[in-house]
Design a protein around this ligand. Sequence first.
Ligand code: CP
Length: 323
Amino acid sequence: MKHYLSLQDIPDFDKAILEAIALKKDPLSEKSIGRDKTLGLLFFNASLRTRISTQKAAKNLGLEVIVMNFSQEGWQLEYEDGAVMNTGKAEHIKEAAGVLSGYCDLIGIRAFAELQSREEDQKEKVLLGFATHASVPIINLESALGHPLQGFADAITITEQLGEKVLPSLNKEGHVPKVVLSWAPHPKALPHAVANSFIVAMKRLNVAFSITHPKGYELDPKITGDTPIEHHQDTALKGAEIVYVKNWSSFKDYGKVMVEDPSWTITSEKIGNAQCMHCLPVRRNVVIADNVLDSDKSLVLEQANNRTYAAQWVLRELLKTMP
Ligand code: CP
């Protein structure tokens, strides 16, 4: 693995999940592998879980960590090749990435979709700019199009909850658990990254996976592919063992909030016996009701806890490639 930009960078997903679960049982088993090495974490957007879990993972491996809130503390970056930099942008990505590669052995980048232009967001100019111009491995801490550390942690959580039968290499036959990704309302326009990575993760597991959302909220068809889509939430949730809840804005009418229909809020009555997942932060009683989040149906804290071991596995694999 050269970089960790997407879930596709994990060659053997089943093996990675099992190894991450083993790391969780013995997190200090490789506490010297990162000794004398430095991880830089650059945040262009806010974070609680990603920032702290990645720092914790790095600490478990003996890495030093430097964190920078880049959008508040860094120079405004230019990304265009050949740009005449006579306006507000003071530093080019080429120098920024090159300089940071001298200070850090690994660099994590968080840069959300701006939701102004689909074409611009699809360029992934911040993440791919660093991957192109840095000489050290880059880790995606949530980009415009994906949140692969979250997707990996979610797959770990589902494997822990449903058992190894969800790993295709260990169980090609027998019971296939039903997992549903449900859209839920939110007052703000949110990116597609978490939903995208969850879809990619579920395609790599042995689960019966489907998506439910109101009409107009179709995600990128290049990512959903042949995943079944149901516009009636109650129909979609019947028989589900896991309901993954997430809001996203429209992909077609890019970045727009089409409906805020409160009947899509996830409640205990709706999910029945299913367990409920969400990446957090979650707006209570808008996205998910208290009677789910405060019950034993909620896996949200376990998901957040697994972010450490997803990050630790990724950092360890990247460190293994270094002298
Ligand atoms: N789930 C997640 O990425 O949380 P933060 O935005 O707080 O890092």
